[in-house]
Design a protein around this ligand. Structure first.
Ligand SMILES: C[S@@+](CC[C@H](N)C(=O)[O-])C[C@H]1O[C@@H](n2cnc3c(N)ncnc32)[C@H](O)[C@@H]1O
Length: 177
């Protein structure tokens, strides 16, 4: 069930026009824009009760500016929900790369039969916590959710079952101080 189905007034953005087009098909009443998170957000101070940054921050080398912007557009004591690639998986998948420090890395994925390189910026857990604190957020909770039990098994990676636990993504529940 989407946030709009639950009665929320939703605004959203992605720097990809194609992703915004897909989002528009699902969320007809939402204010959806093409925008780059590396730029200041196009909303006034204290516009939102909740900001959700789903699987995007790990593409940015700088977290300070976007987190400061999230804090600016949130109401006092507003919540920021962040999900990122789990930093604990990084040394398992890339034992040759530096865990401590912001480390750029590229992985090859296949989408619709096409090979695509995706570039990420790993950062250790301590650096994530420091960035949240510096931007004015307190950590309410950290979650490592299992795969959704309703996910069809054929779309999950080998070895992962619907409802199964895995070190894939890390979720932060944050509150503006
Ligand atoms: C893994 S997808 C997640 C999509 C969606 N947020 C979700 O959770 O289903 C990562 C998305 O981040 C977007 N993205 C990457 N860098 C971005 C940036 N600097 N500003 C805005 N969007 C960005 C990509 O275009 C892509 O749609």
């Amino acid at each position: 069930m989407s946030l709009t189905d639950r009665g929320a007034e939703v605004s959203g953005f992605d720097r990809s026009a194609a992703m915004i087009e897909i989002a528009r098909r699902h969320l007809r009443d939402a204010d959806l824009r093409v925008h780059d998170l590396a730029e200041p957000l196009p909303w006034k101070d204290q516009t939102f009760d909740i900001v959700v940054a789903s699987l995007v921050l790990h593409y940015l080398p700088n977290w300070s500016d976007p987190l400061t912007e999230f804090h600016r557009v949130l109401a006092p004591r507003g919540r920021l929900l962040v999900s990122v690639n789990h930093p604990g998986a990084f040394p398992i998948v890339h034992p040759d790369l530096a865990y401590f420090g912001v480390t750029e890395y590229t992985e090859d994925y296949e989408f619709d039969g096409k090979s695509v390189d995706l570039t990420f910026f790993h950062r250790p857990l301590s650096a994530m916590a420091r960035s949240f604190a510096e931007a004015g957020f307190g950590i309410v909770g950290i979650h490592e959710p299992p795969a959704d039990p309703d996910t069809p098994a054929e779309v999950l990676p080998p070895g992962l079952k619907p409802g199964g636990e895995f070190i894939g993504f890390l979720f932060f529940d944050l509150q503006a101080r």
